[in-house]
Design a protein around this ligand. Sequence first.
Ligand code: NAP
Length: 475
Amino acid sequence: METKNLYLNGKFVSSSDAVTVINPATGEGFARVATIDAPKVRQALADAHAAFPAWRQLTAKARADYLLAVADQLSRRADETAKIVTMENGKPLAQSKGEVALSIDHLRWFAEEGRRAYGRIIPHQTPGKRNLVVKTPLGVVGAIAPWNFPILLGVRKIAPALAAGCTTVLKPASQTPLSSIILAECFDAAKVPAGVFQVILGSAEMIANQMLSDPLCRKITFTGSTEVGKKLIAGAAAQVKPLSLELGGHAPLLVFDDADFEKAVEGTMIAKFRNTGQSCIAANRIYVQSGIYDRFVSAFVARVKAMKVGNGLEAGVDIGPLVNESGLKGALAQIEDAVRRGGKVLCGGKRIEGKGFFLEPTVIANLHGESACMHEETFAPIAPLVRFEDEADAIAQANASVYGLSAYAFTRDLDRTFRLMESLDAGTIGINDGVPTTSVAPFGGVKQSGWGRELGIEGLEEFLETKHVSIGMGS
Ligand code: NAP
């Protein structure tokens, strides 16, 4: 089995230790990736620090040209990268292609946006003084990414950091590191200077502790569970280390009687089942107004039953495997809990026997707030349906969560749209839109879904210091 090397200070470096990458569709290992220990993580941070002065002193245009060259390299290798994403994560190939395409778009967006990291000159109000606001890069950024969008979520961190003039050390998830190695190969082919971007792997806790304790690392940007996010918050206290946190979610999706029916069914399918339900913005609670509830349920269940489940590399597959055995067991436990509390399984509900970690796409009705799937992250193709009567009740139920990453609503009423925009507790709101994420608009959570924003112009700000410079003048 081939072992891939890590990308350290401009070189692909082997190690005596490695992790095996398992294909969730077969349950079998198909590649290995080297791992490193604490001293080598420190070295990577030191090398990133050494690369920082030259990288920050480049013009924003020169940094943009490097990022565009990386985007071109990734574009050249898009099909091969998508195949690797499917093999390490399990998602259908068409979705992996979409993930790679969006990663390329992120690189291009931030290449351009880095050129607009404007400060400002403020009209002074003290004679003999001038007040300037200057934006400067933070320094070395440690980035930690999860497995559910293996390449996209790493790129979403390192592209703005690099565009801002920071240098970066990326730790992908242990289950899905291969696409980040391809990304490193793209950086190498684009001749980005050594130490500007590195890929490391090893014990997550050890790596996080090095990033937290090493003063050379000036910021950690993390996407993953709220549980680990809380550990990072605690660990960041000692050095008051800045954190950007993209954490868990439990998105509500509201379908109103006045919705465009077909659009609502289609949008709900996408918001729920994209990425096999393993998305932080997946619709985890689907509330349908009583006037269209029965019609919606029968149309939705028919669509769910028609989905093809299988190895994501096979043509026409809509739903791949869950990422691992523990993800599958967690999903089955949520179904069992829902049934025990009176939930009615309308379709699916069982493991698909054989190789890999497959779950039948599942729809459950008659759910109550206390069911685990109504408040714990689901991360599986399980769609819980709840009937509601009026808008105020729907909003109250939608907001009854510790999370606030995203929310969806289907309605044709403009007044209602504004009320929903203003009252739903979520960082991203999709109105008649099941796929609201785009490079150009901010993405992030409220409540326990995190701190800070990625993407949009806000995504760049996370990696810039804002300094006030007061200049005393002769007159
Ligand atoms: P996770 O267990 O928190 O892991 C995420 C990353 O953190 C992985 O790289 C993991 O490394 C690392 N990690 C594990 N323990 C750590 C520790 N003690 N300190 C620092 N890093 C640690 O989450 P996951 O199960 O992989 O990913 C799913 C979660 O991510 C869900 O909660 C989902 O909602 C969230 N998510 C949020 C967003 C968003 O934008 N808000 C997007 C996608 C996913 P190893 O792989 O080596 O363990």
